[in-house]
Design a protein around this ligand. Structure first.
Ligand SMILES: Cc1cc2nc3c(=O)[nH]c(=O)nc-3n(C[C@H](O)[C@H](O)[C@H](O)COP(=O)(O)OP(=O)(O)OC[C@H]3O[C@@H](n4cnc5c(N)ncnc54)[C@H](O)[C@@H]3O)c2cc1C
Length: 394
């Protein structure tokens, strides 16, 4: 179909800008409902998921002031077993979903007080977590340091491998008929009156026309030209540096579950995979789009991970990476229709994009096909900040 000026035009029901884990899960779920879907991304399957640890940590990621997000996180964690099975069936490859549980440990009295406080918060939120003595922690994980002062056992916080997840989502999308345009989206296009989003123009000038446009550009979501002014997409990058070590067969089992601790440089976690990979993360830095790995990032991670698990100094360090978490002012995602008709948001998943993939796919597919955001996703509707910004200016 030729467009104005002789530029080729592709038409579809839904165009998704961004083929990270969130764009892909949205595309797959809506294609399953019969929509003609295109994903625009120069490197689909890339993004922050190539860096992420893959913790499905609804409970251990609970922070004071983020209680509203807990329900969404729990809803997604509950979907993970069926989601992983369905995706593996659709793609023919797995997601590394593993029901391993998590143990958050305290190294000294201060850590113990912090963990006790977290335990109280968890109980107030109706969560069933168990306080263990240091001895009980070491019985579960013998590689823990002898000085561990206690810990919280969270049997429902599991893991997936985000690299396997995105690979499976790519295949599932292809098999469901999703078309990939391996280019940058340069600009959102609007109807003649400017009242409706009608698709995007790519960096080669091609127009992709669509009844509905989903912005799933991760930390770069706000950069798309043509977005309405006024804080429509308040997403910024938060840098995370992360390490991958290899657990040696002679030290097996090194760790059987995810171990978390309060490090001197902030929260630290060690995520052991069946493949032998041990992921150690992560820093949290406000540095714009910088993705340099620095000595100042790697050093505290190793130092703080060695305190609860001294044996890590024996392990080969195989990879250091940095990625960008797409982050909103309240650390919760932006989901569903925006104030501009035809434009939907699926972004801002911050440190929980892997955990939230199943519930995001379901919520976006429902809102794209019925126009209604399901109840469980309503607190995270896409225009909550635009409305607040207008109220401040009024
Ligand atoms: C160090 C670290 C550890 C993490 N650990 C965990 C964890 O343990 N558990 C968890 O649940 N989450 C974790 N996360 C968070 C998780 O990785 C992110 O929330 C998630 O990957 C975000 O996915 P996304 O698809 O929204 O964005 P992204 O992964 O950033 O993908 C966005 C995609 O959009 C594309 N794009 C952007 N703009 C355009 C454009 N104009 N045109 C075309 N394409 C465009 C990009 O190329 C990219 O592929 C971690 C993140 C980091 C950095």
């Amino acid at each position: 179909m030729p467009a104005k000026g002789g530029v080729a035009l592709t038409a579809c029901d839904v165009v998704v800008v961004g083929g990270g884990v969130i764009g892909l899960v949205t595309a797959w779920r809506v294609a399953q409902r019969g929509a003609r879907v295109a994903v625009v991304d120069p490197r689909p399957g890339g993004g922050a998921a190539q860096v992420a640890a893959g913790m499905l940590a609804a409970v251990t990621e609970l922070h004071h002031g983020e209680e509203a997000l807990l329900d969404l996180n729990l809803a997604s964690a509950a979907r993970w077993p069926d989601f992983a099975a369905e995706l593996a069936e659709a793609a023919g490859t797995g997601t590394g979903y593993r029901e391993c549980g998590t143990l958050a440990v305290a190294l000294d009295a201060d850590d113990r007080a912090l963990l006790r406080d977290l335990h109280q918060l968890q109980r107030r939120c109706g969560l069933d977590t168990q306080w263990l003595t240091g001895r009980e922690c070491r019985k579960l994980e013998p590689m823990l340091a002898p000085g561990i002062r206690g810990g919280l056992r969270v049997d429902g916080d599991h893991q997936a491998d985000p690299r396997l997840l995105t690979a499976a989502l790519l295949t599932a999308c292809e098999r469901a008929g999703v078309v990939f345009r391996r280019r940058e989206a340069r600009e959102l296009t609007l109807s003649g009156s400017g009242e409706r989003a009608t698709g995007v123009v790519l960096d080669d000038g091609t127009a992709v026309a669509a009844g509905r446009t989903v912005l799933a550009g991760g930390s770069r979501s706000a950069d798309l030209a043509g977005l309405p002014p006024g804080g429509t997409v308040p997403v910024r990058p938060v840098k995370g540096q992360i390490l991958r070590l290899r657990m040696l067969p002679e030290l097996t089992p090194f760790l059987s579950r995810t171990v978390r601790a309060v490090g001197r440089g902030g929260q630290i976690y060690l995520v052991p995979r069946v493949s032998g990979e041990l992921v150690v993360g992560a820093t949290s830095e406000e540095r714009g789009w910088d993705t340099a790995v620095t000595a100042g990032g790697v050093y505290p991670l190793l130092r703080d991970a060695r305190e609860p698990v001294p044996g890590i100094t024996e392990l080969p360090l195989v990879e250091t990476r940095a990625g960008l978490r797409p982050t909103t002012p309240d650390n919760a995602p932006l989901l569903g229709p925006s104030e501009l008709p035809g434009l939907f948001l699926a972004t801002g998943h911050h440190r929980n994009g892997v955990l939230l993939a199943p519930v995001t796919g379901d919520a976006l597919a429902a809102s794209l096909t019925t126009g209604e955001l399901p109840d469980y996703a309503r607190p995270f509707h896409a225009h909550r900040f635009a409305r607040a910004a207008r109220e401040v200016m009024a």
